[in-house]
Design a protein around this ligand. Structure first.
Ligand SMILES: Cc1cc2nc3c(=O)[nH]c(=O)nc-3n(C[C@H](O)[C@H](O)[C@H](O)COP(=O)(O)OP(=O)(O)OC[C@H]3O[C@@H](n4cnc5c(N)ncnc54)[C@H](O)[C@@H]3O)c2cc1C
Length: 116
């Protein structure tokens, strides 16, 4: 697994970069945040499956990320989400409504939900 720069260094460079170009920052930041979250919390098999694509610098193999967190009643107060996730066999089924998603055509999406 390649070395990861400390978040403070990464965000300092991002701050400088977005002074010149903001459009690409959205997919970049969505993909970065999704990658960080799965590296930290996901099943190792899932990480092994998706990490190479999420960190690829080749546009043909790159997988981008997106996040569905916000709901109408849960913006800044994201803890108010009501979407639930119920285990059905080996999979999770999601129930609820999300309100916002940037970079929505990404290959992978992280969805914030309460396990039922
Ligand atoms: C460009 C853009 C991209 C986005 N992309 C995504 C995405 O990819 N995925 C996703 O899930 N969501 C996304 N969002 C949604 C974003 O996360 C929410 O808009 C944000 O969390 C704020 O929620 P809200 O719009 O409901 O505003 P609210 O939370 O309703 O806030 C409205 C106002 O009240 C103020 N306020 C809120 N709470 C407090 C408080 N406790 N004390 C004082 N003031 C307060 C806020 O500062 C703001 O001025 C995106 C939003 C934008 C604008």
């Amino acid at each position: 697994m390649s070395a990861v720069p400390p978040p403070a260094a990464k965000y300092a460079l991002t701050y400088v970069y977005v002074q010149a170009e903001f459009g690409v920052c959205c997919p970049l930041s969505m993909t970065d945040a999704l990658t960080r979250t799965i590296r930290k919390f996901a099943d190792p098999a899932l990480v092994a499956r998706y990490l190479p694509g999420l960190t690829s610098q080749d546009m043909d193999t790159l997988i981008q990320g997106a996040m569905f967190m916000t709901e109408q009643q849960a913006g800044s107060g994201v803890g108010l989400i009501s979407t639930s996730a119920r285990k059905q066999g080996e999979q999770w089924a999601l129930y609820g409504d999300k309100w916002f998603c940037s970079n929505v055509d990404a290959g992978l999406a992280l969805v914030l939900a309460r396990p039922a």
